[in-house]
Write a protein that binds this ligand. Structure first.
Ligand code: SF4
Length: 573
């Protein structure tokens, strides 16, 4: 079945900002954390916030303690002061676009205008806007609701930011019919993110045999999307999670459009996408597919990739090949990735439940593999000499200390960053440094390479690994924020991280070129290694590749390419 995934599906800017502010507050605050009303209309996200101890404050008490987050929909004027007066610290996550509509309303009210808001009277954004309009504010959910109302004149007509254009236009016409065009000032305040999402939903629905809309059943904008899709006459399925999909229904469908409301997180869309792509898992993968999946889940594929990268780095430094060093690199990377995945397995619950189950079910096997990886690393180090053994032992201790509390402290930096993994961007940085040491600096020290080439080779590995890890961090940024994982994307934001990835790939090309210049001959082949991740980045940016384990396998195949090119380069040289 072909899946047409909407590029606009998922959190809008305002919701993403509010959720990030709430999660950052929950991860860092020391006292209680509340949202003033439910943060968004998505029960799965609200459940995650509840798990993190974020409670919902329905009424402002006379006295309180802790932090209150004002949601993206905004609040009535005066509520913020009331919260502060009660003793709360206020984090205002009102969407800047909603703030603009509130200001517009106040400006016109000051000039003597009444206000009509085309929207759902029970929606928190509309209740907030109405409070800004004061006694001359009115709400109309449809053109029909304009008729029975006592309308002020002159009047400003605005829309709830997630309103559909057709309903808004109908309300505007109804108000003009009642008051005359000269007494009506119209501002289309529908958010462009809403219009783009609705236009794309209509286009995709027209091109598909059926439509799946993911979002909370109470989410107005999700229901509106489903309504727009239904107008094409195609069957529309509005679901909150993948468990509501009936595989039998989709067995006969050839093309399905997949979109989601503004309050639907990407990890839920990803799970629905996966369920549609693998309906019921009825087609059990063949032996090669199962083997590939097992190698991927156990991190053995990544370990073999590390061995390949080590071979390539040794070649780029102009050193003689050795089997011990790739074995040590493979053992080190295998053990560190398994152990760190155990620590971060909470994240798999959301974005890859199958991997989470695998980690629960095969705990002993994975821990044995991690132990075996450490043993292999130390054995290979010992065989290479006492200096190498000390180096690999030190690397192992540093790798294992990633999640260990450094020093208990109530104040200062140690209180804020009690572990290496609490430092901003630490996961991406530690993974990339680990690879650079295991695949380049370690071998350079053992083989007594010159300092310059060793450093450039380490920079080459570091840049490639950082770009690879940061790219996946961008895909997982929402879940990482939920579970408090510190990655490049949670620190810099998705956009800046992707820009950084491009620069790092350019840096990797420059480093490989510099080394190839000095080694000459077949080493120039390794300049190609940055090309594949660059293409993946571009294809993903154009919506042509979707997150999943196969994308990781494809990305990691680049490490094997590096090893193969190094072998080809040696033969050619
Ligand atoms: S739909 Fe637009 S205005 Fe409303 S919260 Fe999202 S970004 Fe802000």
């Amino acid at each position: 079945m072909k899946i047409l995934l909407a590029k606009t599906a998922g959190f809008c800017m305002g919701v993403r900002r509010a959720v990030e502010m709430a999660l950052d507050t929950a991860n860092r605050a020391t006292g209680p954390v509340y949202t003033y009303g439910p943060l968004i209309h998505n029960p799965q996200v609200l459940a995650v916030l509840a798990e993190k101890g974020v409670e919902v404050l329905e009424e402002i008490p006379a006295q309180g303690r802790g932090t209150v987050i004002i949601r993206a929909h905004g609040v009535a004027p005066g509520d913020r002061s009331l919260l502060e007066a009660a003793g709360f610290t206020v984090v205002d996550a009102t969407c800047p676009r909603v703030v603009k509509v509130q200001s517009l309303i106040r400006r016109y009210v000051d000039q003597g205008y009444g206000v009509v808001i085309a929207g759902d009277p029970d929606h928190p954004e509309v209740r907030g806007l109405l409070a800004h309009a004061g006694p001359t504010g009115r709400v109309a959910a449809s053109a029909g609701e304009v008729d029975g109302q006592d309308l002020p004149s002159p009047v400003l007509v605005v829309a709830q930011t997630t309103q559909d254009a057709e309903t808004f236009q109908a309300v505007v016409e109804a108000v003009k019919d009642r008051l005359g065009e000269e007494n009506v000032q119209v501002f289309n305040t529908i958010c462009d993110s809403t219009s783009r999402r609705q236009t794309e939903a209509a286009e995709l629905a027209a091109a598909a045999d059926a439509v799946v809309v993911v979002g909370g059943s109470q989410s107005g904008n999700t229901r509106r999307l489903a309504g727009i899709a239904k107008k094409t006459g195609k069957p529309v399925f509005q679901v909150e999670t993948e468990t509501e999909l009936d595989p039998a229904v989709f067995a006969e469908i050839r093309t399905v459009a997949l979109t989601a409301g503004a309050s639907t997180p990407h990890w839920l869309i990803r799970r629905v996408h996966r369920a549609l792509a693998e309906p019921g898992k009825s087609a059990r993968p063949g032996l090669s597919g199962r083997l590939l999946r097992a190698l991927f889940l156990t991190n053995l594929l990544l370990a073999l990739g590390a061995a390949s990268m080590c071979l390539a780095a040794v070649f780029l430094m102009g050193l003689a090949p050795s089997l011990l060093l790739p074995a040590a690199a493979a053992g080190y990377i295998l053990s560190m990735h398994i152990l760190n995945n155990f620590i971060g397995r909470n994240a798999f619950r959301y974005n890859d439940p199958e991997r989470a189950r695998f980690y629960e079910r095969h705990r002993s096997l994975l821990l044995a593999l991690a132990g075996g990886g450490i043993a292999l690393c130390l054995f290979a180090g010992a065989a290479a000499g006492i200096g190498a053994l000390v180096l690999y032992a030190a690397m192992t201790v540093i790798g294992l200390s990633y999640n260990v509390p450094l020093r208990q402290s109530e104040r200062g930096l140690m209180a804020k960053y009690p572990r290496i993994r609490s430092l901003p961007g630490s996961k991406t940085l530690v993974v990339s440094l680990g690879w650079a040491i295991a695949c380049a600096l370690g071998p350079a020290a053992v083989l007594e390479a010159s300092f310059g080439p060793a450093l450039v080779a380490a920079a080459w590995v570091f840049c490639l690994l950082f770009a690879r890890t940061a790219f996946f961090d961008v895909l997982d940024v929402q879940v990482d924020r939920m579970v408090g994982q510190e990655t490049a994307a949670t620190w810099l934001g998705a956009g800046r991280t992707l820009i950084l990835c491009r620069w790092l790939l350019a840096g990797a090309t420059a480093a490989a070129s510099l080394l190839a210049w000095s080694v000459g001959g077949g080493a120039w082949l390794l300049v190609l290694v940055s090309g594949a991740p660059a293409v993946i980045l571009v294809l993903h940016g154009r919506g042509l590749l979707h997150a999943g384990w196969m994308l990781e396998v494809v990305m990691d195949a680049n490490f094997f390419l590096a090893g193969l090119l190094a072998l080809a380069g040696r033969v050619a040289s």
